[in-house]
Design a protein around this ligand. Structure first.
Ligand SMILES: NC(=O)c1ccc[n+]([C@@H]2O[C@H](COP(=O)([O-])OP(=O)(O)OC[C@H]3O[C@@H](n4cnc5c(N)ncnc54)[C@H](O)[C@@H]3O)[C@@H](O)[C@H]2O)c1
Length: 255
């Protein structure tokens, strides 16, 4: 077996890009990986991201915040350039930024469809393409894409969202197939409702109560529970897992 730069889930020599890091699952993931020693590149369109490096274990000495829209291809190129200049490597890309613009299919607007696909599907693809040269050069990489249970089941008012997440899973499989030979794994994670701003907005009121009642464990997920799986898939331990879509749904899709 090849000697690796660090053992198991020790992230001290690892450089991790997390998109949508200012809130919810992205924030929980960043906190967990910082606690485990990773150097984080925290990406978000919200200016709130600028204060985050200081609040994470390791502080501004180790982490970098970048305010950008993940749909901006020029910003993606400059992000990778900046990360390469500062750290010299990119080990993990967590494509977490996403939106849920919910409308009944009959009324859904073309603009919301395009925005959903741009953020949830095209941006993860373009970010993956952008980090590929460095990961290939290192012969090591981990790409984790935040999909959703909506990738495998139908949810009312989620036409664009379900389509974007199912396509993200399909994309993950193709990248896994093509890039395994470079030591790069690509996986998707599909949570049920997670108690974040996005989750609370999408599942407020009676729709949320009905959804919770259909989850066998009887509750929604917490961001920290999703972060644990991201950390595992991002670790060296997960070298044999690629092209997968792992559900964290409290049994919702088992029923
Ligand atoms: N919360 C849930 O119930 C749930 C369930 C399944 C999957 N997911 C997925 O998990 C991911 C994270 O969701 P969350 O609940 O933490 O969301 P959230 O809304 O709490 O946080 C998302 C973060 O992404 C950032 N962001 C959004 N669009 C961006 C863009 N274009 N460029 C840069 N940053 C952008 C936001 O500013 C925000 O900080 C999403 O892909 C979502 O689809 C969430």
């Amino acid at each position: 077996m090849t000697a690796l730069a660090c053992a198991g889930d020790d992230y001290r020599s690892r450089v991790v890009i997390v998109t949508g890091a200012a809130a919810g699952i992205g924030l929980a993931t960043s906190q967990l990986l910082a606690d485990r020693g990773a150097q984080l590149v925290l990406v978000d369109r919200s200016g709130e991201i600028e204060g985050l490096p200081d609040r994470l274990a390791g502080g501004v000495q180790r982490h970098l915040a970048v305010v950008m829209d993940v749909c901006d291809q020029t910003a993606i190129a400059s992000l990778v350039h900046q990360v390469q200049a500062r750290y010299g490597r990119i080990d993990v890309l967590v494509n977490n930024a996403g939106v849920a613009l919910l409308e009944a299919a009959a009324e859904a607007s073309s603009a919301d469809w395009d925005r959903t696909m741009a953020i949830n599907l095209k941006a993860p693809f373009q970010l993956a393409q952008a980090v590929l040269p460095l990961m290939r050069q290192q012969a090591y990489g981990r790409i984790v894409n935040l999909a959703s249970q909506a990738s495998v089941v139908a949810l009312e008012r989620h036409a664009a969202y379900c389509a974007s997440k199912a396509a993200l899973v399909a994309l993950s499989r193709v990248l896994a197939l093509e890039w395994a030979r470079h030591g790069i794994t690509v996986n998707a994670i599909s949570p049920t409702v997670v108690e974040t701003e996005l989750g609370k907005q999408a599942w407020a009121g009676s729709a949320g109560a009905a959804m919770r009642a259909r989850i066998p464990v009887g509750r929604f997920a917490q961001p920290a529970e999703i972060a644990q799986l991201v950390a595992y898939l991002a670790s060296e331990h997960a070298a044999m897992i690629t092209g997968d879509n792992i559900l964290i749904d409290g049994g919702y899709t088992a029923a």
